[in-house]
Design a protein. Sequence first.
Lengths: 346, 383
Amino acid sequence: MSKRFPLRLNIREGAVDMSHGSGGRAMAQLIDELFVRHLDNELLRQANDQAQFQVPGGRMVMSTDGHVISPLFFPGGDIGSLAVHGTINDVAMSGARPLYLAVGFILEEGFPLADLERVVASMSAAASRAGVPVVTGDTKVVEKGKGDGVFITTTGIGVVPDGVNISGDRARPGDAVLLSGTMGDHGVAIMSSRENLEFETSIESDSAALHTLVAEMVAAVPDIHCLRDPTRGGLATTLNELALQSGVGIRLEERAIPVRPQVNAACELLGLDPLYVANEGKLICICERRNADQLLAVMRAHPLGTEAALVGEVVEDEDGFVTMETSFGGSRVVDWLAGEQLPRIC
Amino acid sequence: MKYISEFRQQDLARKLAAAIAAEVDSTRRYHLMEFCGGHTHAIFRYGVQDLMPANVSFVHGPGCPVCVLPIGRIDSAIQLVETHDLILCTYGDLMRVPASGRRSLLKVKAAGADVRMVYSTQDALGIARDNPDRQVVFFAIGFETTTPPTAVAIKQAQAEGLENFSVFCNHVLTPAAIQNILESPDVRELGRVSIDGFFGPSHVSSVIGSMPYEFFAEEFQKPVVIAGFEPLDVMQSALMLIRQINSGRHEVENEYTRVVTREGNLKAQRLVAEVLELRRSFEWRGLGLVPYSALKIKAPFARFDAEQRFAMAQISSPDVKGCECPAILRGAKRPTDCKLFGSVCTPENPMGSCMVSSEGACAAYWSYGRVREQAGSARTASA
């Protein structure tokens, strides 16, 4: 405990106020007694406005992601762990080994310090589990009513091993499309805990850091063509992005796409399509067909890829359509998500 | 998933496809209208057309609740929420439907109006209880399926003395609309639309039963098969319709026996009759004024009627120029016949209501059927 602040921050009953973002003593105390206490590491302790570190040789990648989720706490995670996983995954989808994270908090006046501590403790746990420390950060406070409790932006950097060249424009006709696991778990877990929609489900968010899975995949097959995590917009939208970027079509086999029965049931009830529901701990991998079996074996041997499956193939189509052989035996287009997924009326 | 996946089995679909192929008379065409958007959605989502013979086509009807709501009613709701400090609650689909001046409830909400998406009338009641100092209006739309919950909410509000709750009632009736289509010049005199038979609504019929269709099956000599919303239901019902057509019958048959009875849900019907009554006429998008086709709140419950409480203006607004929604809703045109389809009108930026809901014919064509359309036009071009 720092001697600079004679009175300890009242985390149990206190709330964020404008002084916590003012740059003065109150902010310094919040950083000391809450952020640094939980996220503590050597680089963060440098206590400068930036973190300084040696960079390894090779190609570096950098990615940033804002998190504005409601509710802040949900089955299987919270905004803190999500902010860590999300950015680690964005860095890892290049095949890179994530090294460091930076975090920016936007706090709403009145936000309970106890909730903030819960979020920061969860970030800390997620970061140390992943082995990717938070090395610098920033805090701002907005007036009550101008935020939604807490918004978190995380930025990550990492380094790509030599010989790895993963990019969304590298899908080629004949390539295989692999998925690391079940679709829609995160989105359904979030919806089940939304204020106006609460329903009981055993589904938890799949929020997880995928970099160790990626590292094993890249070690086995360095020439993976594309990797992407199907977050917002779900599998359907992410595949459309890849098809457009690569100038190819993608043909899916609906029966091969893993979806938990509980997720399917919730989607039926709400009139949603699991292919458009968000995931936070799954990846799509596009690779040469001859590498598919080896990659599937590597994925299935990793705890985050036990339900990995081959779900489709890349085909020639300059219009970039994603189509699907339905489990019913027909075919259809799998389009981009339009607007938000809204429930149907009847 | 139990009780769902059974109705989506590929091997059964193949058997039904073979039975349909064996049943059809190759010298004629079959035009089967699915009234409900739920059927349209199932046909496209599962690719049912791929399993049907080439001479059987689906004609998409007006049974998408947001599609048939005339622009004027949404304009009225927007005017209401902008001129009063109130909370307007509605079902999700309605939020994006384009109103006049390229506005929508979603855009009005973004501009600061208090518009909230709810999943049920109970949510709207809850909002009214939680905000006793503010007026809460539920923008009620839908066919007979969504009507009983609205009636329940009004009765509950009365019982609780919830004086800050009211309903902007836009509930419409299915049989009146089907009759209107069959009586339209497009079908009757001009023969521009051929309809050989109907897939009867599934959820609607669970409430009203199969009896209400008996009149026009007889009057218009068209077979009706009440069909469930799963793809196997649609195929089984298509087979039943084709058999009726081939043998010159025009009966009301019920494929959806696991839910629908001849009488329907009498308790729900009584509840609706207690709270709501017929409007003399109501404007439908695409069909115009249809007599006795909608419901309004009865006099004893008038204080829960938003139209009366806020003296809401009746607004009549023209459709967007070039938008073919009206003809598409009557089955007179296909989405691809519309000049706006896919050029300026897409699900991201809908100009007409049929492009909004996943039950709308245009959105279904756009989202699920484009490749088929392209393949079709390529075939035509090379022929």
